[in-house]
Design a protein around this ligand. Sequence first.
Ligand SMILES: *Cc1c(COP(=O)(O)O)cnc(C)c1O
Length: 495
Amino acid sequence: MDLFYRSTRNNQIKVKASEAILKGLADDGGLFVPDTIPTLDKSLRELAQMNYQETAYEVMKLFLTDFTEEELKNCINKAYDSKFDTKAIAPLKYADGAYFLELFHGATIAFKDMALSILPHLLTTSAKKNQVTDEIVILTATSGDTGKAALAGFADVEGTKIIVFYPKDGVSPIQEKQMVTQKGANTWVVGIRGNFDDAQTGVKKMFNNKELAEVMKRAGYQFSSANSINIGRLVPQIVYYVYAYTRLLGEGKIADGQKINAVVPTGNFGNILAAYYAKLMGVPFNKLICASNDNKVLYDFFQTGSYDRNREFILTSSPSMDILISSNLERLIYRIAGNDSEKTADLMKALSAKGSYTITEEMKQALAEFKGGYATEDKTAAVIKKIYEQDGYIIDTHTAVAASVYEEYKKNSKDDTVTVIASTASPYKFTRSVMNAIDEKYASMSDFELVDELERLSGVKVPQAIEDIRTAPVLHDRVCDKSEMQKTVEEILGL
Ligand SMILES: *Cc1c(COP(=O)(O)O)cnc(C)c1O
């Protein structure tokens, strides 16, 4: 039987999985959510015998019910292949009393690869299923990480082109180098003279430009987005929570049915929502601990039941979590509102009108399994140093936010449940902050000297993604004014 997806803001809007993937966002601005969260139809013991790709199939088949077995397996096998530097795909490492689930073994060494390596295949398969013959043009504005992961995912995927805009002077040198060295005949990277907001506004304008859509259609193109609210990004993320649990079970670290905690460094609320969905599917999770950096909107929300974005935006050493509007939280709100789309729409209206909303006491009670925490910059740095000195294991700044929150949680709650911490980036991606946390003496070294020093300290080989940018030639040098973004797209597509 097919599982349908509805908009969080209007229950009347109902589509199949492939249509939800193609559309990304519902027409009313709501997010697509499945009518019910399916439960696993294999036992956790059986799943413990399966590898990553097989586990992915068992999870994703329950959500993407209009994909055939062949289609889905084809997508999975194209995504989780030798682009990952370990056969385990998402290995667990034990340190400081917890299991770190390393989600950074893909092409761009951050957890975005877990979903963006499969999304292009889900998208092109969805297009075929829905008789879309146009070539799909992915437009993305990026402040650094998502752009590179999307480029790597879509590079040379037949039937797609990808154009990424980034603020010319607004990303780190390593991030820029990662993007402008991107290979693939269907990739374009454009620096704009403007900031990230300008880039995002420009992209949104093109998405909403009806005339441009007409011209595109005539030339055989249509736009799509690789945004993190697409269920084609959310569903693949559920897989590694099922996988983490079944690895622990298979290795005898936990017994059948034994509950575990998960700690997730959170920004847009996509990763932790995937953990919640895994729990609803039947994986015995106890607490889901949501870790924030100094931008602690979510911590305050779990404390008080009020979400309030009216606050200063703080730049931290965990930039991928510097977010004041966590888009995917809307899916949780919808669920705790009893799948009430009217109520959800009202709260989201309040969020866009005044930047805040408050949930009811009843809704708040439905959040009992979530626990919020946050880590300051000092605490984040301190935990990197501590775990390195104690275990010789080096974690990145985002993962460190989670490790610090867990340390505090354990101290206060005395909860000694087996715990998995989502490790969302390789320390090589944030080398400077990581090395500075370990010792101030590193402040005077260059970026690549630090990379070599990190290799020496950690004993973990420098990943290919970093080796590549040492020597790779620059393949993209296009720069345009923020007012010329559409003209640039028209030139690229020959419109
Ligand atoms: C995107 C990102 C996060 C936040 O994940 P969400 O799904 O947005 O909550 C955390 N860490 C890293 C390294 C990321 O790239």
